[in-house]
Design a protein around this ligand. Structure first.
Ligand SMILES: *Cc1c(COP(=O)(O)O)cnc(C)c1O
Length: 371
């Protein structure tokens, strides 16, 4: 079987380094908010090209706490509107509703899968305060255009970079464009911990300080609680794992690109629509291929056929957020582009240790698929 993503094999490549780092933490006797975290925050901020990175417990908390920090800082209030793509993982939207803010769902571009920036301005109202673009599947959103719109309408921008560690547009990385950006280090992400972890990147010192308090019971200073915070910390062992794996992120992304290039060049089947690599010719783009997502009218048949031939595929995602029971008040909304995408997408295996031979087998099978 060619697995969709072989986490065991990926982490086995770094086994000795991970064990050494883990032992160092065990023997240090310091497990929360210590040097490993400080080091990772510095390394990750440097990597993204921002002044600050603030470690938190997971990617959802990174988004939730950033919006909460803006509320604490007086930049947002209950009921304010946040523009978000309608085809995203539900976490992007949960972060908004969790803060009593109102998500305004904007349809994606059917080719890039990301929010269609040309549709943003018509969604802006007197209550709009934030644009929350999601860099889906490893492809960064059209950030130069989005930042222009945000500047024109005086809106905050929170990037959801959970799938886009290292992705770039116009020479700048995901996480360095918006006023803040949320990252997830869930094990299957391009930069994955060996458990849960997340971070926020920003150049705003005031926001960074508020986030550091919010993640730690609202406390800037021991036993003094300025605001109502939570417990959302990135522990020392996970920070140590991430410090090891960050060194290999570019190399791993480069391997993903090689696989993607092979798929893009060699898969030739009229029943399979390939993703697009370059969204805008004028903006040099580095896609990091968190997922390689094709579209087909025959998804069930193709998935069954690939499974029968020992290739594991997944669907990201089968049901759009507005059709979920959790958001039943939106179930009657019509968002045809999102709905069509969710009905047709299929993710082929891609990852830092998928071999070129395995990728060639996937190509051959895709080319041999008949309706
Ligand atoms: C994974 C993911 C998240 C949430 O990250 P967790 O660490 O699982 O909480 C948020 N947004 C997107 C787009 C994601 O893919």
């Amino acid at each position: 079987m060619i697995p969709f993503l072989d986490l065991k094999a990926i982490n086995a490549q770094y086994h000795d380094k991970l064990v050494t780092a883990c032992m160092r933490v065990i023997d240090s006797g310091w497990y929360i908010d210590g040097n490993e975290l400080k080091e990772f925050e510095q390394n990750f901020a440097d990597y993204c090209g921002t002044q600050f990175a603030i470690g938190v417990a997971n990617g959802l908390d990174a988004l939730i706490l950033t919006l909460r920090a803006w509320k604490e800082l007086g930049k947002l209030k209950d009921g304010d509107e946040v523009i978000v793509p309608s085809n995203t993982y539900i976490a992007s939207i949960l972060a908004i509703t969790e803060n009593d803010l109102k998500p305004v769902l904007v349809e994606p571009d059917a080719v890039t899968f990301n929010i269609d920036y040309k549709k943003i301005e018509t969604a802006i109202t007197a209550k709009t305060r934030v644009i929350l673009p999601v860099h889906l599947y490893g492809q960064i959103t059209a950030m130069p255009e989005i930042m222009d719109i945000a500047a024109k309408h005086k809106l905050l921008v929170l990037e959801d970079s959970a799938q886009a560690h290292g992705a770039e547009i116009a020479g700048r990385k995901a996480g360095s464009w918006g006023d803040a950006s949320g990252f997830s280090f869930y094990p299957g992400k391009n930069l994955g911990a060996l458990g849960d972890a997340g971070a926020i990147t920003t150049n705003d010192a005031e926001l960074a300080n508020m986030l550091k308090a919010l993640r730690n019971y609202g406390s800037h200073e021991k036993y003094k609680n300025l605001v109502l915070g939570v417990n959302s910390r990135l522990d020392e062992i996970q920070a140590a794992m991430l410090n090891v794996k960050l060194n290999f992120l570019d190399q791993e992304n480069q391997h993903r690109r090689q696989i993607a290039d092979l798929y893009l060049k060699e898969i030739k089947n009229p029943a399979i629509k390939l993703p697009l690599k370059n969204i805008e010719a004028k903006n040099y783009l580095q896609h990091v291929w968190h997922l390689f997502v094709i579209r087909t009218k025959h998804r069930e048949a193709l998935q069954k056929y690939l499974t029968e031939h020992e290739v594991q595929t997944l669907i990201h995602y089968p049901i759009p957020p507005h059709k979920q029971h959790a958001y039943k008040e939106w179930n009657d909304l019509s968002l045809p582009i999102s709905e069509q995408i969710h009905a047709e997408v299929l993710s082929l295996p891609i990852g830092p240790n998928l071999s070129m031979d395995e990728a060639k087998k996937v190509v051959q099978l895709c080319n041999g698929f008949k309706i």
